[in-house]
Design a protein around this ligand. Structure first.
Ligand SMILES: NC(=O)c1ccc[n+]([C@@H]2O[C@H](COP(=O)([O-])OP(=O)(O)OC[C@H]3O[C@@H](n4cnc5c(N)ncnc54)[C@H](O)[C@@H]3O)[C@@H](O)[C@H]2O)c1
Ligand SMILES: [Zn+2]
Ligand SMILES: [Zn+2]
Length: 397
């Protein structure tokens, strides 16, 4: 089969690789009909996630048709159309019983990512996300093996095209978890750092929940312009305003700051040269620029909600400010499975239209070009969908 594989930083290629096969009784093999490139894939693409090996197949946002099932699979039939959560969870361990599926302690046979882990079991395995997270081949491929198939795969109605439901695999539940963690409700004021797919869908969810004012910060004018037109955000370009938090505070009643901030940027934040150098030298684990801005922009007693991925240490983290303001921090990988039924209802009712953020449909064969475009923000790229089996150039123009 064909699959997008890692060859080194900034070097991914579509290669011919062996077809996957059933390994455990509760696996299924899925024929992938659509898959997307995520901001999290860019961390892998940049060579920033340790234990990513040449030949690893990427891709954790995908859906398709069940092609084959293991003997213990009872919930799915061959031919079922399903979206697959990027988090692989068993559904029955301590954490799964608490709906904390990203913390599933039975699926990741690798070490996990935290430096001070001690004997704590790692969190859940993730598709296509290095040998820290289980080394499970990803879904930017013609076919993919899906473990724990009695629990993860989520059936979707045939009436809804792939574009509308594909993002149930990751970025829509991620945005949803971010806004619910941020306690967004009617009349809320919110700032969202990062106008990538996660930030944009967070704005969509926040609007649906009745947020009154949404500031959005990024350095890509075209992404900010889309967010302003689609979700009515107040855009702030940090290339023109190098302290967006200060501007946000000045624009909120009583100069208190916003009720909540969502950091949809993560550890590769731009805008602090010193920190970028320290992180590339691996002296610093994460660039703290967006996170610091977040805790400055939020009001006393407010929430900083962090869907953006962080790794290792951040020096100069203003914990004293956070203490003085009495902040709440909520963060982490998304407990995808928990949110799918309610999100599907919102899509079916037309309250959420996640497909609006898509700018590019490419054949899987063109995936390397898709990575480059999404990474370099070329051609006004917001989100790329890859279609296995299609001929290169099919979707051109
Ligand atoms: N928690 C989860 O389960 C989960 C799921 C999906 C994605 N993520 C993470 O969410 C983050 C965003 O993902 P995405 O798909 O939207 O990626 P993306 O890379 O397209 O978006 C990030 C955006 O942040 C902007 N940015 C960079 N530095 C900034 C700064 N200092 N201030 C404001 N904006 C800045 C970039 O220009 C870009 O538009 C990534 O870290 C990704 O790994 C987490
Ligand atoms: Zn993702
Ligand atoms: Zn579990």
């Amino acid at each position: 089969m064909r699959a997008l594989t890692y060859h080194g930083a900034q070097d991914v290629r579509v290669d011919t690789v062996p077809d996957p096969s059933i390994k455990a009784d509760d696996d299924v093999i899925l024929r992938v009909t659509a898959t997307a490139i995520c901001g999290s894939d860019l961390h892998l693409y940049h060579g920033r996630i340790p234990q990513t090996e040449p030949g690893d197949i990427f891709g954790h946002e995908f859906m398709g048709i069940v092609e084959e099932r293991g003997p213990a699979v009872t919930n799915l039939q061959v031919g079922d159309r399903v979206v697959i959560p990027f988090v692989i969870a068993c559904g029955s361990c301590f954490f799964c019983q608490h709906d904390l599926f990203a913390a599933c302690e039975t699926t990741n046979t690798d070490r996990g990512a935290i430096p001070s882990k001690k004997v704590v079991p790692p969190g859940a395995a993730l598709f296509g996300y290095s040998h820290l997270y289980g080394g499970v081949p990803g879904g930017q491929a013609d076919y993919v093996r899906v473990p724990k198939a009695n629990f993860g795969p989520f059936k979707v109605p045939t009436a809804l095209p792939d574009d509308k439901v594909l993002f149930l695999s990751d970025i829509l539940p991620t945005a949803w978890q971010a806004v619910t963690n941020a306690q967004v409700g009617k009349g809320s004021t919110l700032a969202i750092y990062g106008a990538g797919p996660v930030g944009l869908l967070s704005a969509a969810c926040a609007r649906m929940l009745g947020a009154q004012t949404i500031f959005m910060i990024d350095n890509n004018e075209y992404r900010l312009a889309f967010a302003r037109d689609a979700y009515g955000v107040i855009p702030i370009n940090f290339l023109e305003d190098d302290d967006p938090a200060d501007s946000i505070i000045r624009l909120t009643p009583g100069m208190r700051g916003v009720d909540a901030v969502i950091d949809a940027v993560g550890f590769e934040a731009k805008g602090s040269t010193a920190e970028s150098v320290l992180t590339s030298l691996k002296i610093e684990g994460s660039n703290g620029k967006a996170l610091r801005q977040s805790l400055v922009a939020v009001r006393r007693g407010g929430v900083v909600s962090v869907p953006g991925v962080y790794a290792g240490y951040i020096h100069g983290f203003m914990f004293g400010d956070a203490f003085d303001k009495g902040l709440t921090f909520k963060m982490g990988q998304t407990h995808v499975q928990k949110y799918l039924p309610e999100l599907l209802e919102h899509i079916e009712a037309g309250r959420l239209q996640p497909e609006l953020i898509v700018t590019h449909r490419l054949a899987l064969e063109e995936a390397a070009m898709g990575y480059k475009m999404f990474d370099q923000k070329k051609d006004n790229c917001r989100k790329v969908i890859l279609v296995p089996g299609a001929t290169a150039g099919t979707f051109a123009g």
